[in-house]
Design a protein around this ligand. Structure first.
Ligand code: PEP
Ligand code: MG
Length: 576
């Protein structure tokens, strides 16, 4: 019998395919066979997880020593560290992976159950209770492993795709789907502006998140349909339903192909104002998509995708090639490359594991870069070297302090001096700009305008940090509101400051690619939008219908409102 589950729509489109469970609830892990040629990789995955958990425990222990955590925690941490080193746990699990060719999570849980049985037979109640420590250590390991799903299944032969079903997926997992014929994915947790959702949209993979217990409701290989536009998943549909959705998918494709006619039309408002439509990309693999929509350039190249989901960092030459490829593909057009925004949900495999009480407020983006100056310098050198191949602009994420800007500029100067000494050519007049994505930045624009050449508003983080809403937590997603008067004030204030001081300002957060906000942003004075290439033609259609003379005074009235309900009402009248 078919049934329907409702979640949060994060990536449009319809996918029909068979379920592949990549992770289960903690300790209810999936069991799958690992082909012999991948066994060494699977063992390495287990070893990496052990190293990460060891780092977490060391961090926790340090916190107890410094008095930042209860001292009793220290004793548990010691016990868990001992369990982690016990050959009866990890060594035995490793042997299971090798001998039974199974996945690491399953091997760990098998071994844990075996040990728990032995503990249950112990008479001494204190020792018997120590089984809880084994379980907790395995929980920690499984949690780490779930962030790195094992091998995805081979391409199916029945023409239907694979639908990945997971508790959660990291952005690194999602970017890996590109090469695996993944038709769509659904997860228990997650929010629509999480980096995972952003990657899905960029890859045009339909996705629904925040489904709570979807892993318990579907079975491996079961047929499901994802309606990524409505946020609905249909499990075990009958043939009639499948046909209906096939039809709907064809209609959507038809709509898209109609939009394709706008590809070579200039984005100009009805009253003749030209608008720049730029693309957000994750790497050279997106070149074909930006060309297909004839974007005016790249407004945001998220370079961290070159760094995450791998065990070694890309060296200067590898980075140079990736940046050069994009610059060369866009002759005469601006390419804004953002220095790596790692940390939080885009953690590096190579990073020293640390206990982070609140990762979104921790060592992320420019904070990480300045804490790792050598790694940052390598990227800056690669960027400068690539600059002779096109019109490069360098953008810095998450700046909030004048000294962060100054330190960054000093490092760029250092990279320039090194290259000059090595007689390596680079463009001497590269524009350096900042992302405005922390409220502190939006409220102190003078220090950015005095030091830099352009600004780009990252609405995803600006909203997250203004409203104190974790953008990847579905439990608070209803509070993530781009139309909150505080958010609107910060966005319009930044755009207006740009107009006043003659500094180019773009928006590169998800708001720029959402047609619901095009008129609003135009009325605020925005003339540069950067978004996933897949949204460019739809936004162009909105721009072609807009009349700035009419819009501007109406938007100014909205900006004076401080009640969300009134703003929503006025937005409806705006035709959004
Ligand atoms: C943003 O925060 O709006 C942004 C564009 O950056 P990211 O989504 O990569 O954090
Ligand atoms: Mg951001």
């Amino acid at each position: 019998m078919a049934f329907t589950i409702h979640g949060l729509a994060v990536s449009q489109g319809i996918a029909i395919g068979h379920v592949h469970l990549v992770s289960h609830a903690l300790l209810e892990v999936n069991h799958y066979h690992v082909a012999e040629r991948y066994i060494a990789e699977e063992v390495a995955r287990l070893n990496d997880a052990v190293a990460t958990v060891h780092g977490e425990l060391v961090g926790l222990k340090a916190a107890t020593t410094l008095g930042q955590a209860h001292s009793e925690v220290g004793a548990f941490v010691d016990l868990q560290t001992m369990m982690l080193a016990d050959p009866m746990l990890v060594d035995a699990a490793r042997t299971l992976v090798e001998e039974r060719r199974c996945n690491a999570e399953w091997a760990l849980v098998q071994q844990m159950e075996h040990l728990v049985e032995q503990f249950d037979q112990i008479e001494d109640p204190y020792l018997r209770e120590r089984k809880a420590d084994v379980v907790q250590v395995v929980e920690r390991l499984v949690k780490v492993l779930l962030g790195h799903p094992g091998h995805l299944p081979p391409k199916r032969r029945d023409g239907l795709g694979t639908i990945v079903v997971a508790h959660d997926l990291s952005p690194a997992d999602t970017i890996g789907f590109r090469d695996h014929n993944i038709a769509g994915f659904i997860t228990d947790v997650g929010g629509p502006t999480s980096h995972t959702a952003i990657v899905a949209r960029n890859l045009s993979i339909p996705a629904v998140v925040g489904l709570h217990h979807v892993r318990h409701l579907v079975e491996e290989d079961e047929l499901v349909i994802i309606d990524g536009t409505r946020g609905v998943v249909i499990v075990a549909p009958d043939q009639n339903i499948v046909e209906e959705y096939r039809l709907r998918r064809t209609e959507l494709e038809l709509e898209r192909s109609k939009l394709n006619r706008l590809k070579d039309t200039r984005a100009t408002t009805l009253d003749g104002e030209p608008i720049q439509l730029l693309a957000n990309i994750e790497g050279p693999k997106d070149i074909a998509t930006i060309r297909a929509v004839n974007a005016d350039g790249v407004g945001l190249y998220r370079t961290e995708f070159l760094f995450i989901g791998r065990d070694t960092l890309p060296d200067e030459d590898e980075q140079f090639e990736a940046y050069r490829a994009v610059l060369k593909a866009m002759p005469g057009k601006p390419v804004t490359i953002r220095t790596f925004d790692v940390g939080a949900d885009k953690a590096l495999n190579t990073a020293e594991a640390r206990f982070e009480p609140n990762p979104a407020l921790g060592l992320r983006a420019i904070r990480y870069s300045l804490a790792e100056p050598q790694m940052f310098l390598t990227q800056l050198r690669a960027l400068l070297r690539a600059s002779v191949h096109g019109k490069l602009k360098i953008m810095i994420p998450m700046l909030a302090h004048a000294n962060e800007i100054d330190q960054t500029l000093l490092l760029i100067d250092k990279a320039r001096a090194e290259l000059r000494a090595e007689r390596i050519k680079f463009d001497e007049s590269i524009d350096i700009g900042a992302m405005i994505e922390v409220p502190a930045a939006a409220l102190s624009l003078g220090m950015f305008i005095r030091r830099l050449s352009f600004l780009s508003i990252g609405t995803n983080d600006l909203i997250q940090y203004t409203l104190a809403i974790d953008r990847s937590d579905e439990a608070v997603v209803h509070l993530y509101d781009p139309l909150h008067p505080a958010v609107l004030k910060l966005i319009s204030g930044t755009i207006q400051a740009g107009v006043r001081f003659g500094m180019p300002v773009s928006v590169c957060g998800e708001m720029a690619g959402d047609p619901a906000y095009t008129q609003l942003l135009l009325g605020m004075g925005l003339r540069q939008f950067s978004m996933h290439p897949v949204n460019i033609l739809e936004i162009k259609q909105q721009i072609l219908r807009a009349n700035l003379e009419e819009l501007t005074p109406r938007v100014q009235r909205i900006l004076r409102m401080d009640e969300q309900s009134k703003i929503r009402e006025a937005m409806l009248k705006l035709g959004a």
